[in-house]
Structure formats: C-alpha cells, structure tokens
Design a protein around this ligand. Structure first.
Ligand SMILES: [Mn+2]
Length: 318
C-alpha cells in the first residue's frame, strides 16, 4: 500500500485547526492507509507542534515541517484581511516536497473517510485535480476575467487539490504562477485560486463533489438547472472531505456537531467554541439572517432547501 502524501499549511493561530484536519484524516482512514504529512510551517510554536506530534501515540504517521518564507511572495498583493501571504505557499509544494504527487488540504476541513480512492486518481497529463467551486462558477464573471475560451465549469476550489508535482516541476509552474500573481495582483478576486485555475486551465481533472463539500452544496435551489443536479445534491450525504469553518461561534453548518464531537476527543479539546446558547444568542443569529434575507419565507427556495436538506440548513449563511 503506498503512502498518502498530504500537505497542509498554517501559522500558529491556525495550528489547532490544522491539527484537527490531520486528526480527522487519521481517525477516519481505512486500516491500511499510511500517511506522510508535510506541513508548510509559518512560525508554528513548539507547543503547537508538540500537540500535533502527540497524535503519534495513537496513530503511526510520518511528519515533516517545511519552513515557509513569506518574503518570496511579498510582491503578490493580498487584498482582504483574512488572507495571509502563506496562501501562496501551495505554489511551492512541488519544489519543497520530493514526491511525485501530493494532496493539499486547507486547515478548515474535516476528513470523514478514507482518502485512498482520491489518492489513486490518475494525474498523467494533468497538473491538478480538484472539485468545482460553484460560488465562483456562478458569480465570478469568469469569461470576462479569463477570456471567452476559459472553461467556466472547470474552475476548481483550491482548498482540496491533488497536485502532480512531477509535471509542475518539469513545466516550471511555480515561476508561472508567481509571475501571474504578481502581474495581476490588483485584479485577482481569489489570489492563489484564480492563478492556479488560469495557469492550469488546459490540464485540470475534475473530482467528485464529495471530496470538497462546501456549504453551498446544501442549497439545492442553486443547482435546479444544473445538468448534474442529482449528483450534486447527493454529494453532502457522501461527504469524504467537508470544507467549512466549524470552529466559529454560533454557526449553523451541517456536520459542525460531528466536528465538535471529534474535537472533544482530540488534543485540541480546549479550543471548542463556547456558543452563546441562551435563547437570546440564537435569536440574534436568526434576526441577523432575517435582516439580510427579509423575505426568505416568501421564496420557494426556502421550502425547497427544507425539503431536500431539513431544518439544519435553513439559515445556512456562509
Ligand atoms: Mn478553506
């Protein structure tokens, strides 16, 4: 059985969530799965690393830290405060990690099954494999931004990426991505993700939606006219990788409770968010939603969501 090479990246603030992503992958793996985690390390503290290493007591895995030098990316502008320059770290993966293939995962994911089938995806002739990002596909003005030839349906989310390291190295993708990001720093909406999608545009393989289940997949109303409607609405049920921000306080999101239950038995139990469970806390949350969508009760999509997904998804707002 060959080893799954997983890569994650974070700074010290996100280290607990990265730890949770790793823990979920280990806990929900098939018995024969073997892992080597490569961590792009943006100044993770010794204490943070120690907690990650403590997982070894229950699961055998290999672990390599690769220090990330943000100065490399100083010329890539980052527009929004929630992004740091380390998002560009994924460009470097094939240079830093001496493997033929790597699976990159964001820290805000929970792995819910074996990644072996995903790992075995054949990448010959492809730079990457990923899952379509419907948010951007529907609203990203992709033809305007990337040209009429751009295959809009193949715009992938960069939170789960299977990377063909060999091909990236052979064709100097790092230099091409960096160059593109610097030249278009002011116009890119999603800095690294736009660059990856554009530079890899002729060599992207699409993965099934259940490998990157983001919250919009719980909104069936978005996909009513999509040719793959049936397949897309099944994806949340089969979610192998759920991609969300479950540690936010008072946050409606399917699978959040599952994440918190996992957190409770992890070395990061002290990071469980203290929800404001008073009726007032939840009332405020619903009031905020109604403020943003005042007529939601009048719209058929509200009831459609209920029909397909149940009440847990009614106020899903991310
Ligand atoms: Mn993410």
């Amino acid at each position: 059985m060959n080893t799954l090479n997983l890569c994650l990246a974070c700074d010290d603030n996100y280290a607990p969530y990265m730890g949770m992503a790793i823990f979920s992958a280990l806990k929900n793996a098939a018995p024969q799965d073997k892992f080597h985690f490569y961590i792009l390390d943006n100044k993770i503290s010794a204490a943070g690393k120690k907690k990650i290493e403590s997982l070894r007591a229950a699961y055998p895995f290999e672990l390599t830290y690769l220090p990330l030098d943000e100065k490399l990316f100083a010329a890539c502008d980052v527009k929004r405060a929630q992004w740091t320059l380390s998002i560009f770290g994924r460009y470097l993966i094939p240079k830093l990690i001496p493997e033929d293939k790597v699976l990159y995962l964001d820290c805000d994911v929970m792995v819910r099954g074996s990644l072996q089938d995903l790992w075995e995806t054949d990448l010959t002739d492809y730079y990457i494999a990923g899952v379509p990002d419907y948010n951007v596909i529907f609203r990203g003005r992709l033809k305007e931004r990337f040209g009429a030839d751009f295959k809009v349906e193949e715009y992938v989310n960069s939170g789960v990426l299977l990377i063909n390291n060999q091909k990236w190295r052979a064709e100097n993708l790092f230099e091409k991505l960096l160059d593109y990001s610097v030249k278009n720093a002011s116009s890119l909406q999603y800095p690294d993700q736009d660059a990856i999608n554009f530079i890899c545009r002729e060599h992207k393989k699409m993965l099934p939606d259940y490998y990157n289940v983001r919250s919009y997949l719980y909104k069936p109303d978005l996909f009513l006219h999509h040719p793959r409607f049936n397949e897309i609405i099944q994806a949340p049920k089969k979610a192998i990788i759920r991609h969300f921000a479950p540690w936010k306080k008072n946050f409606f999101a399917p699978h959040r409770q599952e994440y918190l239950d996992l957190m409770r038995v992890s070395p990061w139990a002290d990071h469980i968010p203290q929800d404001d469970n008073r009726v007032w806390g939840w009332t405020k949350l619903i009031a905020r939603y109604l403020g943003r969508h005042p007529f939601c009760f009048l719209l058929p999509k509200f009831y459609r969501r209920w029909y397909y997904r149940g009440s847990a998804c009614l106020f899903l707002d991310d």
